[in-house]
Design a protein. Structure first.
Length: 353
């Protein structure tokens, strides 16, 4: 008697089971072999269009644009939602809205976080190039640093983020003498770290008419580390870096998405506060330095579900910290009701002493 043939359906079941068993080790191996490993300090090539020296008064504009994928209609799986890759038409709509907001708010220096240049989650739109062409039009100097470079992010399993190439950028109307990518300390354990961001800051050095440099630190520390352990390490590194620059006689401004709450002000919301939010450590300060934070409006919302005013948890995690030789003229959170990002932008006017 000949051997019985295996039923076709059984073959399919076995193939699927084997594929599932091999999928996760394969993804982890691939991620490990292609893991992005930046140096502690890397020089950034500045795209330069002007050599103007910075004046005494300057306006800075800070915004985490949420990769043009976390506007009002979106939720996000890391916050308790299910989404990660919004519809392409939504990304285009948010990006157009982001460009319009930047044009409505002219500034001397822009600090932008979470800007994609080639990511599946934003349909491979080069968002930096889009803003160059539609907002800055070859009249600003641009420094960009990668902080997320993963060939394939396998989560969420229903619709993986896939390839991510993203970072932060500092855009200045005035000459950028030097720009550096500084690696932030601390990382998740393996294999989680393979698929996480490689956190960094951009340090830019801008000459001023005072004969000193204006040093800007564009920051975006960790967000989902349990208890904020990584965040604390990273924030201490950031403040130490800023302090050293001030001690050299420079003007120094730290700005960005701090991923830590500045204030306990009770905004209106019904959602329970997500555990990922932690307060800024009380001992995180430098003598004589000043916070430039506007708590009259929230700068960030939870993305557990699409935005509904009065329901999503909202708080203040975006702002600036400035050295004693700088006067704060005003700081204002621009309340756009999270139309195009899960963050509201913050605008700061300063005067160099």
């Amino acid at each position: 008697m000949g051997k019985k043939k295996m039923p076709g359906w059984l073959k399919v079941v076995i193939i699927v089971i084997v594929a599932i068993i091999l999928y996760f080790p394969g993804v982890i191996l691939f991620g490990t072999l292609t893991d992005y490993k930046p140096k502690d300090v890397e020089k950034i090539n500045v795209e330069s269009y002007t050599d103007e020296i910075a004046p005494d008064e300057l306006v800075l504009f800070n915004w985490n644009i949420g990769y043009a994928g976390l506007g009002k209609y979106e939720d996000f799986f890391m916050d308790g939602g299910t989404g990660s890759v919004p519809d392409k038409e939504h990304v285009r709509k948010y990006l157009e809205g982001i460009a319009n907001t930047l044009k409505e708010n002219p500034a001397d220096i822009y600090l932008i976080q979470e800007i994609d240049i080639n990511s599946h989650r934003s349909h491979n739109i080069n968002e930096l190039e889009y803003l160059k062409n539609n907002v800055f039009e070859n009249s600003y100097n641009i420094a960009f640093a990668i902080n997320y470079n993963v060939s394939f992010v396998p989560v969420p399993f229903s619709k993986p983020m896939g390839k991510v190439l993203s970072g932060l950028t500092t855009i200045s109307k005035y000459k950028i003498e030097e720009a550096k990518r500084l690696k932030l300390p601390g990382e998740y354990s393996w294999p989680t770290k393979v698929f996480q961001l490689d956190r960094c800051i951009i340090l830019t050095r801008i000459p001023t008419n005072k004969g000193k440099d204006l040093v800007i630190l564009n920051i975006h520390p960790s967000a989902y580390d349990s208890g904020g352990t990584l965040r604390k390490q990273q924030l201490e590194f950031i403040l130490n870096t800023a302090k050293k620059e001030y001690e050299k006689g420079n003007y120094v401004i730290i700005g960005g998405d701090w991923n830590s709450e500045f204030t306990k002000i009770n905004f209106d919301y019904t959602e329970k506060k997500p555990e990922s939010y932690v307060e800024l450590p009380k001992d995180l300060k430098i003598d004589g330095w000043k916070w430039a934070v506007d708590s009259s409006n929230p700068t960030n919302r939870s993305v557990a579900f699409a935005y509904e005013k009065g329901k999503n948890f909202v708080t203040v995690i975006d702002g600036f910290y400035v050295s004693p030789n700088i006067d704060i003229e005003y700081v204002k959170t621009l309340n756009y009701e999270f139309e195009n990002s899960d963050h509201n932008p913050v605008k700061l006017k300063i005067r160099l002493k």
